[in-house]
Design a protein around this ligand. Structure first.
Ligand code: NDP
Length: 254
């Protein structure tokens, strides 16, 4: 009986940045649990979409740059046109950028904030209206341990600030829309092995520090996030809202 609560059969789930990495793993988890998927990103250059199709999920692809101010509303409209509802929104698309404060120019700052914060805000804003009409909805935002602690050795002030904003957007929306039966949670991942954490040669010496700082002693594989995401997107977490679930191998215990 309890496993029934993890099912999202025929729920309509949008996963931004769902074509690779953490987003793809979440899309697979939701697809396996029965959801119909709309995945978005600028490209599908890593074949993630094909892997979702091969798994026989009901999946469609919305190809667009989510930093375009019109795009979040277009993604929601597309989903409503195609499926008639938007039940689950996973705001996963994001970018990281390291750099010393003095050299971190406005373009880099804009890049981080535009996608990690502004686009996520707009996605939530566009999804809330139909979710209110439906009388229910679930939003899962992908934050980071970088929104909770200052990682080392890489300098990344803007990224850290952007992820702290994601956590606070999560809590604010959870509080504001609980009475509309809309739950809003976040996951704060630690270090996962993805394109984002694939370091250039000159920074490869960061890996041992990351491993050493992590009590479980290693980076995570993307498969290790799907179950946590499914918990927060499914009725299994029906009494959980405003939570930032840390999935970090213990990093933030130290
Ligand atoms: P990846 O770089 O592997 O994937 C990012 C995804 O976002 C891709 O699908 C990418 O597709 C999409 N994306 C990026 N920019 C845009 C854009 N402008 N418009 C539309 N889509 C975009 O990253 P991860 O899987 O590692 O990260 C996913 C999330 O998890 C991010 O929010 C990240 O901050 C967070 N996170 C990751 C951690 C890690 O260790 N990997 C740790 C903590 C948090 P495309 O480029 O084709 O547009």
């Amino acid at each position: 009986m309890i496993l029934e609560r993890f099912k999202v059969t025929d729920k309509i789930a949008v996963v931004t940045g769902g074509t690779r990495g953490i987003g793809l793993s979440i899309a697979h988890a939701l697809g396996e649990a029965g959801a119909k998927l709309v995945v978005t990103s600028r490209t599908d250059k890593f074949g993630g979409l094909e892997s979702l199709q091969k798994a026989n999920y009901n999946v469609s692809f919305f190809e667009a740059d989510i930093t375009d101010k019109q795009v979040p509303q277009k993604i929601v409209d597309y989903t409503l046109d195609k499926h008639g509802s938007i039940d689950i929104l996973v705001n996963n698309a994001g970018v990281a950028q390291h750099g010393e404060m003095e050299e971190f120019n406005d373009d880099l700052l804009d890049k981080i904030m535009n996608i990690n914060v502004d686009a996520l805000f707009r996605m939530c804003r566009s999804a809330i209206t139909p979710m209110k009409k439906q009388g229910e909805g679930v939003i899962l935002n992908i934050g980071s341990i970088s929104g909770l602690v200052s990682n080392i050795p890489q300098p990344q002030v803007a990224y850290n600030a952007s992820k702290a904003a994601v956590h606070m957007i999560t809590k604010s929306l959870a509080s504001d829309f609980a009475d509309q039966n809309i739950r809003v949670n976040a996951i704060a991942p630690g270090y996962f092995r993805t394109e984002m954490t694939s370091l250039p040669k000159e920074n490869e010496h960061w890996y041992p520090t990351w491993d050493k700082m992590t009590p479980l002693g290693r980076m995570a594989e993307t498969e290790e996030i799907g179950a946590a995401a499914l918990f927060l997107c499914s009725p299994a977490s029906s009494y959980v809202t405003g939570e930032v679930l840390v999935v970090d191998g213990g990093y933030t215990t130290r």
